[in-house]
Design a protein around this ligand. Structure first.
Ligand code: AMP
Length: 208
């Protein structure tokens, strides 16, 4: 299965991507996670990315595309792209190297998103995300034990810029995949289990 997950910041793409990948054994490719890893390692790319990401801006298309290509070449049994493409140009670049089965668009009203983002605590090691209401004891990740952090781009100010960038640069992709007949619209404003059920129903019986 070859999937693209779309949605505004805080829509729950990462959480649902993890569930779907576990269920189908699909390779999870998150460009945000890859870039944050580069930042943590303080590589030359990580240093450039940090400035852009912390201000809510996008990393250049060619840079992200190169990272994605290296991963999808190795993913013989399918992949799930989480956070890529984020511009129409990235969607066109992707189409030159592979076809996808579905573009899953998880949507949530904006007033709910801000609340989700500012309540979010993330593991810098394995990227698991927690809501303030479900924090493990001592704020250490349940999976890998690292101390949870607030992502630098999860402030209300940066979140507003990320929404603006999303509306301007990423939303046109939704229409692109709709025209291709690949779009699955999902209501992300419900429980994690219900969102997952909608996604599975959207894949249809052939895929599940
Ligand atoms: P995410 O974890 O998907 O919310 O991504 C965090 C940040 O990484 C985004 O706000 C962008 O600055 C950057 N980023 C992630 N994916 C892409 C992409 N496909 N194109 C450009 N920038 C990206």
């Amino acid at each position: 299965m070859k999937l693209v997950f779309l949605g505004p910041p805080g829509a729950g793409k990462g959480t649902q991507a993890e569930r779907i990948c576990k269920r189908f054994g699909t390779v999870h490719i998150s460009t945000g996670d890859m870039l944050r890893h580069e930042m943590e390692m303080q590589t030359p790319l990580g240093k450039i990315a940090a400035e852009l990401i912390n201000d809510g801006h996008l990393v250049p298309d060619e840079v992200v595309f190169r990272m994605v290509c290296e991963r999808i070449e190795k993913a013989e049994h399918g992949f799930l792209l989480d956070g890529f493409p984020r511009t129409l140009s990235q969607a066109h670049m992707l189409a030159t190297v592979t076809d996808i089965d579905f573009a899953v668009n998880i949507d949530v009203p904006k007033d709910r998103l801000i609340n989700r983002i500012v309540r979010r605590r993330s593991c810098p090691e394995c990227e698991t995300v927690y809501d303030l209401g479900e924090l493990p004891n001592g704020e250490f990740c349940k999976k890998c034990g690292r101390k949870l952090v607030i992502r630098k781009d999860d402030t209300p100010e940066t979140a507003q810029e990320r929404f603006r960038v999303y509306a301007e640069r990423t939303m046109p992709i939704i229409r692109y995949y709709e025209a291709e007949g690949k779009l699955l619209n999902i209501n992300g404003d419900c429980s994690k289990d219900d969102v997952e059920k909608q996604i599975l129903a959207g894949f249809g019986e052939d895929m599940v």
